[in-house]
Write a protein that binds this ligand. Sequence first.
Ligand code: NDP
Ligand code: 8X3
Length: 704
Amino acid sequence: MNRIILAYSAANSDLAQRIDLQLSRIGIPFDHMPSAPGDWSKQVFGTGEPVLLLVTDNLLTDRNCMTGLLDAMQNFPPHLPMLAVVAEGVDEAGNQVSTSIDRMVNMLHYMNHWQNAWMQVSTDYQNAAGEEKLTLETELDALRMLANQTGDVITLLRERAAVTRQAFEANDFALFFEKFDLSDWHGQYRKIAHATPETIETAPPVTLPEATLAGGILSPEPVDLPDEITTVPETPHEAPTVTEETQIVEPEPEIPQPTPKVEPLGVVEQTIQDAKFWLERGHVERSLELLRTAVEAYPDHTLLQQTYQDLLHTQNQDAPAPTPTPTTAAPQQPASDAHPYELMGNAAVEKGDFLFAKYCWDRVAEIDPAYPGIYRKLGLMTAEHLHDYRETALVYLKKAQEITPDDAEVNKALKELLEEERPLVVMEPPQAPHQPAEDVVQEAPVNTQPQQPLVMITGATSGIGRATAEVFARNGYRLILTGRRVDRLVEVKNKLETDYRSDVLLLPFDVRNAGAVQSAFDSLPENYREIDVLINNAGLAKGLSPIHEGSLEHWETMIDTNIKGLLYVTRLVTPGMVERRRGHIVNVGSSAGKEVYPNGNVYCATKFAVDALSRSFRYDLHKFNIRVSQVSPGHVEETEFALNRFDGDAERARIYNDFQPLRAPDVAEAIWFMVSRPAHVNIQDVFMFGTQQAASMLIDRSGR
Ligand code: NDP
Ligand code: 8X3
């Protein structure tokens, strides 16, 4: 530890100086970081140094401070000391503004602050046009993010590091010295703090003890006592001026002095607490890593050893890991934590921002699934205003109906939705196996046992996805098949059941619709939840135009399907794989993700993105024993790819008639090859073309 970062809103420079002045009497090397535009929070928490953060009304309403703060704090290494001091802020007139974060009303106050900022910009946005509208859109996104994250920032501060200023200053800053592992310095500090001018003059030069935490790098040099020592008041904290703000914000309860409110912890105890903190949030690896490092440093610490061994033991058991899922972790928070989100959702509905309302109320249901009336509100609002979220509305309404079967309004909305013409999600339970056809019975394994591995294939209604489903069915996998065309899915299912006696579950959804993906996943029966292999295949090209003539609609469709759709599905499948420490993801990329070609612009970009994602998925997941592979084919026939690209124009889609490209089953076999390697082998990428195609633009078109 070379220094301690003293971070605060620029409006609180005076307060920071006062604290510094008091503690720097013995040479604590503070590095001041007042808020500034840019990546302030990243810089504060990214230096690898301990942080003393002044949490004030100014900080919680300071855009520069709050932007990225949640992320930065979450990524702050838990072994480094951090202390957040909740202190009075200051208003524009220089009056003190009390700050408190320990009541729901406080949290709501700050969430509302950002929500109001969002609403103001939203009014300007309605009246804006052109460039300005685009700028305001970005601004709206940023403010919405702040409104969303403020509650989490405050929760994290409360859980992890916040103390009142009174507690911080109590007992000659005992908490500070403990927290930053500077206990040896405390005695020196006390001597100086209580010294009279006479004793100062006669006192011998002070020799500072070395800090113990990181090799004692703090300056051990004696420090001259500043002249101001006798003029600095012992307790500079004054009673806050009562302003309008203070009437909304609950005042801090007075902490009896000199005993600090929070018992300071030693390094090992803090590490154990940090490990617990990460474990409770599902970061098993991080938790283990912390403990492992601490055990190396303190091999004789029995409690540490025991904690580490216990965690190792529980993680190696066959039984489900004890890591709480987000839903089991949620009850740690008081149920009323959901309330601010409900209020924010209400405000959003009044402003007509239904998507944001859905987001807020979803958070309510996530924090407290039994929150009174939340599914009713979600269901009715989604059914009425968010027509793209029909399946999600159904899920909400059904939950509401389960809770209150006689709710006439819910029943009516449900009935209306069910009567709509669009096909609903087909959730067919595994059926009794069909009698296999005579000619395939030889090679078809009997594969209806529930313990058979489970593959999910997106886009299995045609082409590569469908061919892949066939290969996996043939090899005894149970299958979850997805795509939008229900009739096609049913056709594929019937065939696989007939030919291979497969267990097939159909899960139709549009990968572009995050809500629909979520609902589909939510509706998975228990025995179809542990997906062993995910094949991200759904994708398409739209159009083939130079960039200056491209269709925005085509671009959106490709980006939404090929990138965002792949992400939505992956996001839902991977947590289970991580928890089970088992799984394989195969992304269907393309040669277009390796080399661009004229007019391929946006399609190529999406496949380059898939390529990047495949690699980064692997970086993130290899340590959980999850394999990530990609297949990158050139032209493939027996697909509807070209027909889709040219909007159903069969003539234009005849691009394979003068050469032999790959066939869909060729790609399916390559995928199967990757998946069927022994567990220690991960084929990262198969870049493949038909023999007559050497590169995207180099094809021997002399005939088949
Ligand atoms: P197909 O058009 O035959 O298959 C595409 C599949 O994706 C269909 O099952 C389709 O299902 C599904 N799909 C498309 N959009 C959505 C959506 N919004 N939601 C859910 N499913 C969707 O083409 P391919 O088999 O060729 O394409 C499969 C993958 O292979 C794609 O990612 C493609 O980019 C890639 N690829 C194709 C090559 C080729 O030359 N054919 C070469 C290299 C890569 P439904 O319409 O029922 O929703
Ligand atoms: C499909 C192959 O020709 O569009 O990904 O690059 S191509």
